[in-house]
Ligand binder design. Structure first.
Ligand SMILES: Nc1ncnc2c1ncn2[C@@H]1O[C@H](COP(=O)(O)OP(=O)(O)OP(=O)(O)O)[C@@H](O)[C@H]1O
Length: 367
């Protein structure tokens, strides 16, 4: 009988295999990313699935579309609108929304920027098999491209003012040409949080009350061009990740005439907040959503009418685009910019916000 040698050192336990964390959703695949919105470690497939499903949920819970709608995707060639085009096509097919999709681009006439990004949109037209229409400032605004405006002004200052006002109208006019009553844009949660913060910092109560709306109606109420933002709750970082992992073809250069100081500051603040508290972006949006104007303030808001020169919607007699055009043609580019000169140019207008407010009856309102 062999007596075990109890003095011999015990055999070392087999080294335990390194614990490999698995995807927080499927628990089978290896995670390859940490989701910025929730800090979950996900595999690529689960990330695509949750990201797309959340957008689908945003669309359906807000009843953005009806079967048979013609929908124009505002396509700049940048990451947001490229991902939007990809997702709209994917969801339309997967859930059988029954939408007729179009790509609609505005050529602002910025050499070395928009001409290059439009090349991307032209490739997207083929990649997604969605027909593309391009409308230009040059043809809509009597030859006034952004390059020409900047050269007439002798500075890029205020260029966001012109661009925002003109682009908004250009998209509406392009949609009208195509008989389309709904435009979707790639504005994301970060953009919206920035806008809430900017309106709060400016004390722009009227705009604060409506800047978180996911769907806005146009000139003629239910019959006007509607605009919506399916990415309202989508984080910019996740849009970039989605575009990166899906290897989407997009253009990533900043506009030659950006950035603007005030939005840039709000953006930096949002990014800092997100770094310490990722939910800050959604929390700011939810705070904006909970903000409602009281009756007195609502009554003080100007009523929407139509521009006596071009027929576009305005709450004054002449719309902002016509005032700006008049200034350019009279060689007085400051016309229509007015007192906004002393504050930040983005505070006045941009695609995200529309015209800067005037102060009336104690609240700031559009004119
Ligand atoms: N030239 C354009 N033509 C058509 N749509 C545009 C154009 N510029 C902006 N948009 C629409 O407005 C949205 C917000 O535009 P913004 O200028 O803030 O660019 P962004 O946040 O960088 O978005 P993107 O990454 O799509 O360029 C875009 O996602 C797009 O849907």
């Amino acid at each position: 009988m062999t007596v075990p040698d109890t003095t011999a050192p015990a055999a070392a336990p087999a080294p335990s295999a390194p614990v490999r964390k698995l995807c927080a959703l499927c628990s089978t695949r290896r995670p390859i990313l940490v989701r910025p919105k929730t800090a979950q470690r996900l595999c690529k497939e689960c990330f695509y699935h949750v990201f797309e499903t959340e957008i689908h949920h945003t669309i359906t819970s807000n009843k953005l579309f009806s079967r048979g709608d013609k929908v124009a995707i505002g396509a700049s060639g940048g990451k947001d609108s490229t991902v939007l085009a990809h997702i709209m096509k994917t969801l339309n097919e997967r859930y059988n929304y029954g939408l007729d999709l179009y790509l609609l681009s505005v050529d602002e006439g910025i050499k070395g920027y928009r001409d290059d990004s439009l090349e991307t949109v032209k490739r997207n037209e083929t990649q997604y098999a969605i027909p593309l229409t391009i409308v230009s400032y040059e043809s809509l605004y009597r030859g006034w491209t952004m390059d020409r405006i900047v050269s007439a002004q002798g500075t890029a200052k205020n260029s966001c003012t012109y661009c925002g006002v003109f682009r908004r109208q250009a998209l509406d006019r392009g949609a009208a040409q195509l008989g389309i009553a709904h435009i979707v844009t790639g504005h994301n949660a970060d953009d919206m949080a920035e806008t809430v913060l900017m309106n709060l910092l400016r004390g722009d109560v009227a705009r604060l009350g409506r800047c978180t709306e996911i769907l806005t109606k146009g000139e003629d109420g239910d019959d006007g061009v509607r605009r919506s933002k399916p990415f309202k709750y989508a984080y910019e970082k996740e849009i970039v990740m989605y575009a990166h992992f899906k290897k989407l073809d997009y253009f990533s250069t900043e506009c030659t005439y950006s950035p603007d100081a005030f939005r840039g500051t709000a953006r930096a603040l949002i990014k800092d907040l997100e770094a310490v508290r990722p939910s800050a972006i959604l929390d700011i949006i939810h705070s904006g959503e909970a903000f409602h104007l009281d009756e007195k303030t609502q009554k003080a808001l100007p009523k929407q009418g139509t521009c006596e020169r071009c027929g576009y919607m305005t709450s004054g007699e002449v719309c902002k685009a016509c005032v700006l055009l008049e200034g350019l043609e009279k060689g007085m580019p400051r016309l229509g910019i007015g007192r906004e000169r002393k504050s930040d140019r983005d505070a006045m207008t941009d695609e995200k916000e529309g015209p800067r407010p005037l102060i009336a009856h104690g609240v700031k309102v559009d004119f």
